[in-house]
Design a protein around this ligand. Structure first.
Ligand code: 4AD
Ligand code: MG
Length: 438
């Protein structure tokens, strides 16, 4: 039998149907029992009149029913304006328990704040039954759908590249080593080398949405050891500015669509507005940003720290971008070469790349890539990498168009769009230095 989703119940008034879901609430009063059933799309009330002789068996069953059990109910859906929940009620003729929940739940699923986040994460499958948590991943699913949609509309090909690799791809961040028969392998820190290989193969435009592993032993609200990377690469660009332009268009497209579908819901559940970008994302050099932050907010740090964005500088760059440009996004460019990967193209010794900061947090690093074999080899040697990555350098020996791309963290983007306090909650199943379960 085809499952009837509760969101579609309006189509089934006065017909005998079968519905299934979790028992969210049981109210057992003198003459009547009320159940609230929940599925992934909505809720509905089931009403059982105890006084009716024919209902005796059902009433007994409900007396022993526990919340969060799942049931299958046969009966008829009736309009009833007295019912607060959707002005309808389901009048059953038969109830079958399909799974029984323990009477005591280990966490309070209706009040997130009743326990610490790590207690909740231990029981993530229950924690996700909470409306706030549940909807994160419905919304995330559409967010990624719209991002993909933009790329399909613009001639991108989705690729799938290995996560077991022979050499570290992002020299700046830590890599997980795994035993690979009698050798060592690494978990991919990004699909960087393979999306560039696709450029050398002539694909012109590719993207991948896939796990990325980082052995970063940090417990912040924005770091995790495994996340979902949204990575793309495209050829025949003239500059890294083309990469920024594309990312700006892609995010504007996705946020527009997301706002159309979820704008109201996001306000209601998360208290956040999905702001559709109305202006071009401002672009500023790293050194100029520090000058502005000092001038405007008296933000002073040692010169030695100004070669990269500090967490506080990221936060203040949001304030600056809002005040000066009315933009929640800001591109920061002109990082020094020792802070950027060897594969970034350089002009006058400055990497042709950027970070994109959204609501005060880095969501992307992007760049034009060095596609000239000799120059790339020299830049790799400078960072002491040439032996490990010989196979990668080979990609550039037999013709490879100029190209660029970026990597964006889906979990961070989700966290920021919805205003969720920690990445622990914006990924369905969090992985951190101290968490490998559930
Ligand atoms: O800035 P990252 O390390 O850049 C790269 O992976 C390059 N291959 C990108 C490129 O094409 N030049 O990672 C890209 C994004 C970050 O901006 C951030 O959103 C996310 O991935 N990210 C993390 N998210 C959660 N936890 C972590 N530990 C993350 N590290 C990076
Ligand atoms: Mg980065």
């Amino acid at each position: 039998m085809k499952k009837i989703f509760f969101k579609d119940l309006e189509n089934y008034f006065d017909k005998e149907i079968e519905i299934s879901g979790f028992v969210e609430n049981i109210r057992n009063i003198k003459w009547v029992q009320f159940l609230v059933l929940r599925d992934s799309t909505d809720k509905v009330q089931v009403t059982i009149e105890k006084s009716e002789e024919a209902n005796k068996e059902m009433a007994d069953l409900v007396n022993n029913l526990t919340v969060e059990s799942t049931i299958k109910v046969t009966g008829t859906l009736k309009k009833n304006d007295n019912v607060r929940l959707r002005g309808m009620e389901f009048i059953p003729t038969k109830i079958e328990v399909t799974s029984t929940s323990d009477a005591e739940l280990p966490i309070n699923i209706h009040d997130k704040e009743a326990q610490l986040i790590d207690q909740r994460l231990d029981y993530r499958w229950l924690d996700l039954r909470n409306e706030y948590n549940f909807n994160i991943f419905k919304i995330q699913s559409d967010l990624v759908k719209y991002m993909r949609e933009y790329l399909y509309n613009n001639d991108f090909t989705e690729i799938h590249t290995p996560k077991l690799i022979g050499a570290a791809s992002e020299s700046g961040s830590e890599v997980f080593e795994v035993k690979y028969f009698d050798r060592k392998a690494y978990l991919a820190q990004s699909p960087q080398f393979y999306k560039q290989m696709a450029m050398a193969s002539g694909y012109d435009r590719v993207f991948e949405v896939a796990p990325v592993f980082r052995a970063e032993n940090s417990n912040t609200n924005r770091h995790t050891t495994e996340f979902t990377g949204f990575d793309l690469e495209f050829a025949y660009i003239d500059s890294y500015r083309d990469v920024m332009d594309l990312e700006e268009e892609l995010l504007t497209y996705a946020l527009t669509k997301l706002n159309e579908k979820y704008g109201e819901k996001v306000k209601e559940i998360y208290g956040k507005e999905i702001v559709v970008p109305k202006v071009k994302f401002p672009r500023i050099k790293l050194s100029d940003l520090y000058l502005e932050l000092e001038k405007r907010y008296d933000y002073k740090i040692d010169d030695s720290e100004k070669n990269d964005l500090t967490t506080e500088a990221e936060r203040l760059s949001y304030k600056y971008a809002m005040e000066e440009f009315g933009s929640e996004f800001i591109f920061v460019t002109d990082f020094p070469k020792d802070k950027r990967a060897f594969y970034h193209m350089r002009k006058n010794d400055v990497p042709e790349g950027y970070d994109l900061i959204y609501r005060g947090v880095e969501i992307t690093t992007g760049a034009q890539r060095e596609h000239r074999y000799d120059v790339l080899k020299k830049q790799a040697e400078e960072k002491g990498l040439d032996k490990d990555i010989e196979f990668y350098l080979e990609f550039f020996k037999y013709g490879c168009p100029p190209h660029g791309g970026f990597g964006l963290g889906i979990d961070r983007l989700t966290m920021l769009v919805l205003g969720i306090p920690s990445i622990k909650e914006s990924m369905m199943i969090f992985r951190g230095p101290n968490r490998l379960t559930p």
